[in-house]
Design a protein around this ligand. Structure first.
Ligand code: FAD
Length: 310
């Protein structure tokens, strides 16, 4: 029984989501191998070989794999899928794009967004926006799995010494073409990897106020900034900051929710945070039911005071 983890990377560095996925793979019970498929990604393969618990790294390097096109990546996975009992992807945009193609071609049911491994064939996954946990058993020969990374601790990035084996890269499928990427640049930590997140809701009232109130708090704490969907829909914050069921799933050490009511769809994205602080002027707001610390106050007074005190 051997599990294959598909590494998430940008050809330069191994993304943290891979480390959580390695932990999930190890819990399946067998050896863990990691596939690094990219172009000029030797440094990534090297980094993957250092991850604790990884027995082997398979490194496929070629132009067809440069931009992580799902058609080509799926073909690369399928070329070696027969050697594996479990194939695990982080439940990121890339993982969720590629895993279904692999599952379909293997004619197996994908097991999506797992948060716990109960055994080699049994997994837990949240349903109904996290209100219920389904225990899923799969009798398929190959388990194709996406992993909710907040459900698993990160494997140590160092301490391993896996061998790196080269694989021939698959040919370009010709079915899709990379046109370009527009990446938002920020000095702040990435939302899903941040240890501290300060999040603002509809109460902020405008993008000017959102920036004026939330940015100094984030700067003081070295935090990433998040937002509720209401704040995003109203144009107070950019779309990629949205936390929740239809946004990003986060589980930082500290999550500070400012003027966020705590709708179930928002909670679905952040309730696994280690410590939750809520600032809301309505003491009945549902966010207080998940908060470890709650402050019933006007955020336009409380947040600047907090910044000053920090
Ligand atoms: C299918 C679906 C998917 C969704 N996905 C998401 C998602 O991914 N993420 C998400 O966030 N939402 C999501 N939503 C929307 C969600 O239901 C809520 O509408 C949204 O989360 C509300 O955002 P909010 O808390 O900022 O706004 P509101 O619910 O309007 O809450 C504002 C809060 O601010 C407080 N407040 C007002 N003024 C102040 C002040 N001066 N100081 C302090 N507190 C103040 C109020 O008491 C209130 O509690 C989804 C909804 C649906 C139907």
């Amino acid at each position: 029984m051997t599990a294959l983890v598909i590494a998430e990377h940008d050809n330069a560095s191994l993304k943290a989501a891979t480390l959580n996925t390695v932990t999930a793979a190890a819990a399946c019970g067998g050896e863990v191998h990691v596939l690094v498929a990219g172009e000029g990604a030797a440094a990534v393969a090297q980094a993957a070989s250092q991850v604790a618990g990884v027995a082997k790294v398979l490194h496929a390097d070629g132009a067809s794999l440069k931009n992580g096109l799902a058609e080509n990546l799926a073909a690369q996975v399928l070329a070696i899928a027969g050697n594996y009992s479990h194939i695990l992807f982080p439940a990121t945009a890339s993982g969720k794009n590629t895993a279904p193609r692999v599952a379909a071609r293997l004619d197996v049911a994908q097991i999506s967004d797992i948060t716990k491994v109960d055994g080699a064939d049994t997994f837990e996954r949240p349903i109904y926006a996290g209100n219920a946990i389904a225990t899923v058993q799969s009798l398929d020969a190959t388990k194709v799995i996406t992993v909710r990374t907040t459900g698993f601790d990160a494997a140590a990035a160092t301490g391993g010494s896996a061998a790196v084996e080269s694989l021939a890269a698959v040919a370009d499928s010709g079915k899709s073409q990379f046109v370009g990427a527009e990446l938002s640049k920020s000095e702040r930590p990435e939302l899903t990897a941040a240890k501290i997140i300060v999040s603002g809701g509809r109460a902020l009232g405008s993008s000017e106020k959102f920036n004026e109130v939330m940015t100094p708090l984030a700067d003081k704490l070295g935090a990433a900034i998040g937002a509720s969907r209401a704040a995003v829909d109203a144009g107070y914050a950019p779309n990629d900051l949205q936390v929740g069921q239809t946004g990003k799933i986060v589980a930082p050490q500290l999550y500070i929710a400012c003027g966020i009511s705590g709708a179930i769809q928002h909670l679905a994205g952040m309730k696994d945070s280690k410590v939750i602080v809520a600032i809301n002027k309505d003491e009945e707001a549902p966010i207080f039911s998940v908060a470890d610390y709650g402050l019933v106050a006007d955020l336009f007074v409380a947040v600047p005071e907090l910044v000053k005190a920090l």
